[in-house]
Design a binder for this molecule. Structure first.
Ligand code: LMR
Ligand code: MG
Length: 487
């Protein structure tokens, strides 16, 4: 696959382009994202689905600009898909030919099943593992699937979309008609009992983003933001009765005012009939990432290799120069955790976060040696994205921030309470990571440490000259009841 690839998704409300750079075989990161509210099927639904000249021109202009941006990023490969608006349009060939001839871009119109499976492939690979139903609310259609034990099943596309409902019902103030039509479509859904609902698409994201602001959520990250079905229902209640001024106060952006109610009504009617859904998970990824991953993982059955995480690998590829050091940190963090955790009653689940934090902790020094822990923290909080819960991301970031002598501050723990473990756990894990960094101060070529643990004391021995390591360890802030001695 090309090093730099663009994926364009011509949705029925907005068209979006993402540009990804591959940093190694399966690792990649987002280098650019652009969207335009082209609303391609505007006024089409009452005209037999026929695309109207103005809307086609807007979309053409946006695509022309997208291609310019792509070439400024030296994109080698462009994958472009279109969904419901073009799928449904009897005059689609006119638009497809115009874009092909004028811009040299081939648009692939995908069917509803394919659209549902692209969204689901993105979620099953790039969100934390969980059985879930996915819903991708678009402008023209809404796709569903189930992710069960990592496998995508029961993909379904319904002719429900925010722009469609707006034009056919909401513009005529026929909310009851919309409700009836939504339910008639939702009847086609296979009902499998499930606790998690993953929300894809602009409408769901707009609601999740507004809820995040409303509850003053501490982490500025939409992807993998979780909240309860109850929270969603009471927020939707407010949205449904709001005028534009109130929508603004509810943190809904102006370009969503006219489609947020149709989108909300789809979710409301779904949650009313599926009371088994308790937990909602926001997806920042969707059809675009699904298209990209299908290409990237085409020899992998569209699944990353076991224990592979694309964000961790991207950070290692891009910011770690001394791989040996990073691996050594991870290795001794694991050993020390396994020795100490049982005695201090630390849940073994934290080993995963600790080891990743240890491995990634030196990344900040790629920006500058001074304040490198601060840089690591920021990089991780921002770029550690795919496959982790917010709790995991915050813990890993926090551990790297305080990986130098000090324990996490009360202010920090307080600011991120609810998404960080309690103070003792954070202090314990942070101490281990600081200890590992200290133990490797002299940057040994080969690891030559032996550890044992007895009477709440970690015994360390080495046949190397570890003068600097000992000096660093003396400066550490020790949690109560932990000692380190050299044999
Ligand atoms: C789509 O139709 O998939 C997107 O345009 C969704 C949206 O609301 O932006
Ligand atoms: Mg879409």
């Amino acid at each position: 696959m090309a090093k730099i690839t663009a994926v364009i998704d011509i949705g029925s409300n907005s068209a979006r382009m993402v540009i990804y750079e591959k940093t190694s075989r399966f690792a990649f990161h987002l280098v650019h994202e652009v969207k335009s509210r082209v609303r391609l099927p505007e006024n089409a639904y009452k005209n037999g689905g026929n695309l109207q000249p103005q809307a086609m021109q807007r979309t053409y202009d946006a695509l022309e600009n997208f291609l310019n941006i792509a070439s400024s990023h030296k994109v080698r490969k462009i994958l472009c898909v279109a969904t419901s608006a073009l799928r449904d349009a009897p005059n689609k060939n006119e638009f497809l030919a115009k874009v092909r001839n004028g811009l040299g871009l081939n648009i692939k119109v995908i069917d509803g099943e394919k659209e549902a499976s692209y969204g689901a492939i993105a979620c099953s690979n790039l969100l934390p593992k969980a059985d879930a139903m996915t819903i991708d609310i678009g402008g023209g259609s809404t796709e569903f699937s189930y992710i069960l034990e990592g496998k995508v099943t029961n993909t379904l596309s319904l002719e429900l979309g925010t722009v469609r409902l707006k034009e056919l019902y909401f513009d005529k103030d026929d909310i009851e008609g919309a409700r009836e039509y939504i339910n008639q479509e939702l009847d086609k859904l296979k009902n499998i009992e499930i606790e998690n609902l993953i929300g894809i698409g602009g409408s769901f994201r707009a609601l999740a983003n507004a809820i995040m602001k409303e509850i003053k959520y501490p982490l500025n990250k939409l992807h993998a933001f979780e909240f309860s079905a109850k929270t969603m229902l009471s927020f939707i209640e407010k949205v449904m009765s709001a005028n534009e001024k109130r929508l603004k106060a509810l943190h809904i952006k102006a370009d969503r005012y006219d489609v947020i109610k149709p989108g909300s009504l789809i979710i409301l009617e779904l949650l009313k009939r599926k009371s088994d859904i308790k937990n909602l998970i926001t997806s920042g990824v969707g059809v675009r990432e699904g298209v990209y991953l299908s290409d990237l993982l085409r020899h992998q059955k569209e699944i990353f290799p076991a224990n592979f995480n694309p964000s961790v690998r991207y950070l290692l590829d891009s910011y770690i120069t001394d791989t040996n050091h990073s691996n050594q940190l991870a290795k001794i963090a694991k050993t020390i955790f396994e020795l100490l955790a049982p005695a201090y009653k630390i849940d073994p689940q934290y080993k995963k976060e600790l080891v990743i934090a240890a491995k990634l902790s030196p990344i900040g020094s790629a920006l500058h040696n001074y304040s490198s822990n601060q840089h690591s923290y920021y990089l991780i909080q921002t770029a550690l994205e795919y496959g982790f819960t917010h709790k995991e991301i915050m813990l890993i970031a926090t551990l790297t921030k305080f990986a130098k002598r000090r324990a996490p501050s009360c202010e920090h723990i307080d600011e991120y309470k609810n998404i960080l473990p309690n103070e003792e756990v954070a202090e314990f894990l942070s101490f281990i990571i600081s200890l590992c960094a200290a133990l490797l101060t002299h940057r040994p070529r080969n690891l030559d440490y032996k550890f044992s643990f007895e009477d709440k004391c970690l015994h360390v021995s080495s046949s190397d000259n570890i003068y600097l390591a000992k000096e660093s360890i003396r400066k550490l802030q020790f949690p109560d009841g932990i000692r380190v001695e050299f044999l």
